[in-house]
Design a binder for this molecule. Structure first.
Ligand code: FAD
Length: 289
């Protein structure tokens, strides 16, 4: 196996262009497990760690740009106020060691339906920035990024350079069900983001379909039911109907981590719960304003 070490991001793109078979490696928390368990042996590894620009995050024109090499721990420590949904999801990833090395870029690169960043990126309306030496930069809305199980929208010569998100303008939550509290792959997960400025809601479902999913009928239902301008507690009917619609949007299977029926049930609970938390925050913020 060739081990390719670029000297810069431009060099990495040139190498990927000439060697589309080269598999990128960032934190290595997925890749090294694959190699150690002999699940696949790429002809070449392209180490992105020398590309220091990937480790930066910044606010540009009102959006947060997170380089694909930024580890979860920095999102938790530095971006929790601006991106609470993604920070909550990041807190649930693995252990401190995994959060020190693992990245959202790697989660996107692997495109596992169980990856914890995905529901928060869907709810947060992210855009993935990818780049190739031949065609330059391409911005892929998160809704178009996940193609199938572990398959994303990247072309063979492209690498993920960053992910962009608008700072939260309303409450955001992420919650996941696992067999224990830490170091666990999600049985199912859910994220919600409220957008009070235009009265909309976005959602993300994880580990309950071939790809991470949005529950669009549930979002549309909520947008018409939330009393944005005359804030009042939500009725049990709204909470339950939202849970039912989220559950209906999932496409889970039975597997070693849980049955499809259990996942559907758990998602309806996560949806009701996270909506309850988000709406309580919204009411509190309105009162304080
Ligand atoms: C013990 C343990 C616990 C874990 N717990 C969780 C968990 O709770 N939740 C969770 O979601 N994940 C978990 N993971 C999986 C892993 O930590 C995450 O998926 C992490 O986000 C991977 O990031 P990385 O930088 O380490 O990726 P890497 O392992 O370096 O790469 C992962 C994939 O992304 C591709 N890739 C990396 N960078 C790029 C790029 N710039 N452009 C294109 N493709 C790229 C690689 O080729 C590879 O296919 C766990 C892993 C371990 C070992």
């Amino acid at each position: 196996m060739d081990f390719l070490r670029p000297t810069s991001w431009a060099d990495a793109l040139d190498i990927k262009s000439g060697r589309p078979d080269a598999t990128p490696i960032q934190g290595g928390t997925d890749m090294m497990v694959e190699l150690n368990f002999d699940k696949g042996r790429p002809s070449a590894l392209l180490d992105l760690n020398p590309c220091r620009e990937l480790f930066e995050y910044q606010e540009i024109d009102g959006k947060i740009r997170i380089g694909s090499g930024v580890p979860y721990v920095r999102i938790i420590n530095r971006l929790g106020n601006q991106l609470p949904g993604l920070a909550q999801a990041s807190r649930t990833v693995g252990s401190p060691q995994i959060r020190n090395r693992g990245t959202v870029g790697g989660n996107l690169g692997g495109a596992s339906p169980a990856g914890d960043a995905h529901p928060a990126l869907l709810a947060g309306n992210a855009v993935v920035e990818v780049e190739s030496a031949a065609r330059g930069t391409r911005m892929i809305p998160i809704d178009d990024f996940y193609i199938w199980v572990r398959k994303n929208a990247l072309e063979a010569d492209e690498l993920i350079s960053a992910v962009w998100l608008p700072p939260a303008e309303g409450p955001q939550y992420f919650s996941k069900v696992g067999t224990r509290n830490a170091m666990v792959i999600a049985v199912c997960s859910f994220s919600i983001a409220l957008y009070p400025s235009n009265g909309t809601v976005r959602t993300g479902i994880g580990s309950s379909g071939p790809t991470p999913l949005r529950a669009e009928p549930a979002e549309e239902f909520l947008a018409t039911q939330l009393p944005w301008h005359d804030p009042a507690p939500l009725t049990d009917r709204v909470l339950r109907e939202f849970g039912t619609l989220v559950s209906a949007a999932a496409k889970p299977i039975d597997d070693v981590r849980g049955t499809a029926d259990y996942r559907k049930h758990a998602l309806s609970v996560l949806a009701r719960r996270t909506l309850g938390w988000a709406w309580t925050d919204y009411l509190t913020e309105r009162k304080a304003a």
